[in-house]
Each structure stands twice: as structure tokens, then as C-alpha cells.
Write a protein that binds this ligand. Sequence first.
Ligand code: ADP
Length: 512
Amino acid sequence: MATDTLTRSPLEGDASRPNVYRNLIDGEWLESTTGQTFENLNPADTRDVIGIFQKSGKADVEAAVEAAKRAFAKWRLVPAPRRAEIVFRAAELLLEQKDVFARDMTREMGKVLAETRGDVQEAADTAYYMAGEGRRLFGPTTPSELPNKFAMAVRNPVGVCGMITPWNFPMAIPSWKLLPAIVCGNTCVIKPAEDTPLSTFNLVRVLMDAGLPKGVINIVTGFGPEAGAPIVENPNVDAVSFTGSSEVGRMVGTAAAQNFKHCSLELGGKNPMIVLDDANLDLAIEGGIWGGFGTTGQRCTATSRIIIQKGIYHKFVDRFVERAQKLRVGNGLDEKTEMGPAINREQMDRDLSYMEIGQREGAKLKCGGHRLDKGDYQYGYFVEPTVFVDVDPKMRIAQEEIFGPVVAIIPCDGLEDAMEIANDTRYGLSTSLYTKDVNKAFAAMRDLHAGITYINAPTIGAEVHLPFGGVNQTGNGHREGGVGAIDFYTQWKAVYVDYSDRLQRAQIDRAE
Ligand code: ADP
């Protein structure tokens, strides 16, 4: 297949013949050595095949890593501001094609168009931000303890970076990893999630159109154990950045540790929103609906627990449930849709199983709890927005990450009690408090144990220039976004220049 058919958007193609996408290795579009492919299906309508992608294996990963290693020898020497200019141009191209990429993404991922436009915007925001970093990449100069000696620390790239990404932010999350990595002078091998590879292709093709040299970013598509694990295990991969489930994250972290690789893990969340009696109720309800059901609850920052002070508990519950019941569920390509499908059958079954678990545990199911499978719904993975009330904080639906449109509402006595409930989780990504009391807001900013706290906003809505990541089992302490990304994709080198023309021994030759 000619390259031009690969770069065409499937929307322009013949719907009866889905595009075939190949791996990108050293600037060439290559078939997998396994000879196998898989279909990328629309979760709102599985009759819609978005594309055929390579089901890659270890040999493909090895070829991609070799290409990245060769490219690194040259790319690391390109001045950072020049590298950054390519990323800046890519931002402009992304925005020019925002609607096309958003439609591709809604087709492959299911979330509504407003959200997929936001996802492309986030990649562009990251590109603008990281392009600016190309003229910074600051390191300290500092006085030496010895005379006629100069001391500084410089940032060097790490080398070949392996990236494994999830399906919920199919362009934004790859951009958080790829863009700081290449601005810092690294080269990359990325394996996008098997459910949403096209958006990574769209991002990388834009970078190539913007002038990225061959081999700097290589794409290998396929499934986790066959195409993801070999990236982590490859001795020529110097850093690994993973976003996904805690279960896989533990395996990735363990494998990366075998070769002492840099490893960034961004994993799950069970994010609480606290609403106190004095809160603006309308605002809190609106925030809870967006935080709980936006992206069909499939965000690591989704508001999955709402902890309400008793004085407004019943009022909140009644109005929240009324709103949840009215949400328009459907195909995200319809502008009127408010909540799309689950990403795949497995996730839908997981949602449904937690809807049952909640009832078995004794939580009160106020709305939802079922699959939607009549009419047009029958071709997709749709479930109802689901609200459980009177949830005990120890119940599984209040402790385990569901990654679906299931919200657990928990009563509380006041801020102290609420924060105890909020912090009683194995995760610690995002948290939120609704109150008008500034003293309580500041206490929560200090005491909610998480990587992110919102005041009077739900737990979702991160901006790209702030640190993103969490505490506890949400990750291993790294942060994406902001300067934390630059820290991850560079390694420090301390440089000493002695211009005294004599041997000066640190800590020994002290000028008295
Ligand atoms: P999600 O719940 O988002 O599907 P996963 O952790 O299963 O979370 O998947 C996130 C990414 O990790 C995907 O790209 C997937 O293919 C990849 N992956 C899954 N299993 C492995 C594995 N054993 N090794 C490396 N990557 C994996």
C-alpha cells in the first residue's frame, strides 16, 4: 500500500474498505513480522471498522528500538530550540485539523466530540508549552567551593524512551510523553492502546509533516504482552513511561527495575469530591455530573465518590439523580450526546459487574444499573449512568477503580470526617472540595492526600503546564505535565571547569 493511502483520514476513504495502517519504523511504514493484524472498532457501533492495524511482536519492537537508537545519535545534537520549533509547527497543524482528528477519535474511542476536540486541543497546548521549554531546559550555575573554578549542571537527554499509553486520552496522553521527550533530545518507541491507535498516528504524522526526522518517533501497534512488554524489557530502552491500570503498571515497574531504567507510572484513581453544607449546590451538582459521567467515567481522575455533608445530603442526592437520569447516552458523533459508550466489551462487563456488586453490598441503587441494548444501542457498549447512595466507605464500589459511569455517594458529618473518608483509599490522584469557607478550603488543600486538589471544581480538568500525577498506588512519584516532564526526560550532568592551572582537591585544598 502506498504511503498516501496511509496518511489519508479514514473519513475520506471508502467506508467498505477500512484503511490498513502499518508500523512506523525509521520513517518507513512496515508490516509486522508476525503477519497478523487487528481491527480498530467503533465502540458506539462495532459494525464501523476504523482501520486495520499491525499486531506486532518482539521483532518489530527490536527493529523500532534499533531505529530509535540510530536516530538518537543525531537528534540529541540538534539544538533544543530547533527541536522545539518542529513541535511548535506541529501545534499549529494539530489545530488546523482539530475537527478531523476529533471525529477520528470519537469513532475509535467513543467519547463525545466536545471532549475529543478537547483532547486534540490538549495535545496542541502541550506542544506549545513544550516548544517554549526548548528555549529553557534550565540548569543551575553555582559557585564552586574552590577559587578559579566554575560549576554548573546541564540537562542531557536520557536516550531511547519507550511509551505505553491507554485508550481514554488517545492523543493527549501520547503528547504528554512524546513532546517533552523529543524536545529534550530523546527518541521514542510508542505502543498506543490497541483500542485507539489511530489518534497516535494522527499526532505523529503531524509531527512528521512539521519536519521531524525519521526514526525520532517510531510506532509499534499491538497488544500489551506481545508488543508492550518487549519495549519495557529491551535493554536498549533507557526510559519507560506508562499510563494504564495498576495491575499492568506493577508489571511494567518491576520489569523496568531489572535494568534500572527511568520509569514513570501513572495509574489508577478513586477520586473523591466533598460537598459541604455551605457549598453552592447548583455548582456542585453540575461539577459532580461532569466529573462522574464525563468521558463515561473513563478518566483516571473521574469523580467516583461524592462525599456529602448531612445537611444537604438529601437535596443533593435528589437533584443529582434527576440530572444523571436525564443524561443523553449515545453515539459521540451526535452533537446532542452527553455520554458515549464504554470503550469495549470487557470494560462494559466490568461496569455491569460493579453495578451488581454495589447492590449485593447493600448500597442503594438510585438510578442506572443496566446495559442499554435496544435499537441503535445494540451495536455498541452502552450502559446507564449509575448512582449508588448511602454507600459505606469500605464497600468495594467505594474502594476499587471501576473506570465507568458509576458514582458512589457517601454521607459525612463535616470536613474532618469527609477528609478521613476521602483519604482512605489505596490511590491518591485527584480530590475536590466544594465550600465557600476559605479556612476549610485551605485546610483541604493541605490535608487531602493526593497529587491534585480542586476547590469548587470537580476532580477532572488538569491543565498541561501543571504537574499531573498522584500519591500512594496512583504511581511511582513522577509527574507528567509541567516541568516534571522535563525532569523525567532529562538526566543531570554536573560540569566542573577548573581554570586555576593547578590541582585543586575538593574538600581538601581549602583556602584558609
Ligand atoms: P486499560 O485499563 O487502560 O486498558 P491497561 O493497563 O490494560 O489499562 O492498558 C494500558 C496499556 O498497557 C495498553 O497500551 C496496553 O496494551 C498495555 N499493556 C497491557 N498489558 C501489558 C503488559 N503486560 N506489558 C506492557 N504493556 C501492557
